[in-house]
Design a protein around this ligand. Structure first.
Ligand code: ZN
Length: 475
């Protein structure tokens, strides 16, 4: 337990290092570190700017006296302190592109009163730097915990997380417990599992020239188009006259029928409209097909009849994380087979392998097969575990928000790829951006944060690392 006396020393240390923190953070913000995906530039797997920010960060962290390794320009790893067990702190230095709608210079830290503005101040350069300063503080004050601390500074969190996957691959011993200051306060104690696969749906029909829909697997398809021959465009238009989501056009002897949906992220599919389901329904209503293609449309209609796994035989749900979600994101046709990608987010207490078995049994009677499977296990620490309770106690002692409760989510942070990991901070769910709803927050123009939030985060991490000494973090 941290004594009141030592807590006071930490608070004083933070007060004395505020200017230095802002000065150092501004050097990191100054690098326009948008990472590339799938395009490496020579020895830079995520492009030159991602490598540049790693170089700038390495110089600073070394100047604090922490040894730093650069893992092939994927990420930096810095180790501080000693101990049999290891605590990991995972943050990222890459940012999403800034767009051209900023009122402030995106790659220059603006300090306006207590407000800090610049790309990455909140996601995730600022919070990561706050956690580094927290450990500097503990080292300066002789308060280092009994466990070693390993910092991970990533170069490609925003588009692929290959930085982390590389680290996991080459690291001999992963931390026993990890935190990532890259979510919301207070603490995310569960991230749903992810099951991704494709369904092969037989759909041989000479009328079908093309069948394409959706753009990415983790987003509800907003458009889906069937290109047909040997059908009458006028008859189709008559049969579907009342359907506002359908457009029909003729191109030579081909007829294109397009369904318009509404795209949303796969973690909240109930807020969207899947164009693939809309198109299948329309083609059935218009009685375009018979035989195999008709069965295929019936299957697509079924898959899109709910978003919670019922159609696939896996309507799972649990108390900590709610319902399973499923989304058919992308569809295409190849030699009479429709290939449909499925993105499932499953509850933290469910088992991906068991779900997959049930899905295979459910689709078998339709002659549909499952291929290309990837399963990312859920990350979950029960809310009443010593670890989550300790985190909550420390967070409450700094923020005094009694209504904050540990939460779970369907999206993924680094925590999902690490054993015994949680996102902790930095976003304040009660905070409203001074620039309105669509400006000033993460991924938006004029990304900003009160400096106080970062200093409070520094205090949270400093206190937490000491308080974890009292518990078994592996439970
Ligand atoms: Zn982030």
């Amino acid at each position: 337990m941290l004594s009141a006396e030592n807590e006071k020393r930490i608070i004083n240390w933070i007060e004395e290092h505020k200017d230095e923190f802002i000065a150092d953070l501004s050097k990191i913000i100054a690098v326009p570190s948008v990472a590339t995906f799938g395009v490496s530039e020579g020895e830079y797997p995520f492009g030159v700017e991602s490598a540049n920010v790693l170089a700038a960060a390495k110089e600073l962290v070394e100047s604090y006296g922490f040894p730093v390794k650069n893992l092939d320009n994927f990420c930096l790893v810095a180790n501080v302190g000693e101990g049999e067990e290891k605590i990991g702190i995972f943050g990222h230095l890459d940012v999403v592109p800034c767009g051209n709608d900023w009122n402030y210079p995106p790659y220059q830290l603006t300090v306006d009163g207590d407000l800090l503005i610049g790309r990455g101040v909140l996601d995730d350069k600022g919070p990561l730097w706050a956690s580094i300063f927290a450990v500097r503080c503990l080292k300066d004050l002789g308060l280092m915990p009994k466990r070693e601390i390993e910092f991970f500074l990533g170069g490609q969190e925003e588009c692929g997380m290959n930085d982390l996957l590389h680290y996991v691959e080459v690291t001999e011993k992963l931390p026993d417990v990890s935190f990532t200051p890259d979510g919301n306060y207070p603490i995310c104690h569960g991230e749903k599992g992810g099951l991704r696969f494709c369904l092969a749906i037989p759909c041989n029909d000479e009328k079908i020239v093309g069948f394409e829909g959706g753009t990415v697997r983790n987003v509800v398809a907003d458009k889906c188009t069937a290109t047909l021959k040997g059908v009458c465009a006028k008859c189709l238009a008559e049969k579907l006259a009342g359907n506002k989501r359908i457009e029909i056009c003729e191109e030579g002897d081909l007829v294109k029928i397009t369904a318009n949906g509404a795209s949303v992220h796969a973690s909240i599919p109930e807020n969207g409209i899947n164009a693939i389901g809309v198109l299948a329904n329309a083609l059935l209503d218009a009685e375009v097909f018979e035989g195999e293609a008709k069965s295929a449309m019936e299957f697509l209609k079924l898959v899109n009849s709910d978003y919670n796994g019922a159609a696939l035989g896996v309507p799972a749900e649990d108390e900590p994380s709610g319902k399973l979600t499923h989304v058919g994101g992308v569809i295409s046709i190849d030699r009479g087979i429709l290939n449909l990608s499925i993105d499932i987010r499953y509850p933290v207490t469910a088992n991906g392998e068991e779900l997959l078995e049930k899905i295979i049994r459910t689709v078998e009677p339709y002659n549909v097969t499952v291929f290309d499977v990837a399963d990312t296990k859920p990350a979950y620490s029960p809310a009443d575990s010593d670890k989550v309770r300790t985190c909550m106690r420390v967070i409450n002692s700094v923020f005094h928000k009694d209504h904050w409760k540990p939460y779970t989510m369907g999206g993924g942070t680094y925590a999902k790829h690490l054993p015994n990991a949680c996102a902790l901070g930095p976003e304040d769910p009660d905070y409203e951006s001074p620039f309105g709803l669509f400006r000033g927050s993460i991924h938006q123009a004029d990304e900003s944060t009160p400096a106080k939030l970062l200093f409070d985060t520094m205090l949270v991490y400093a206190k937490l690392l000491v308080e974890l000494d009292d518990i078994d973090v592996t439970k």
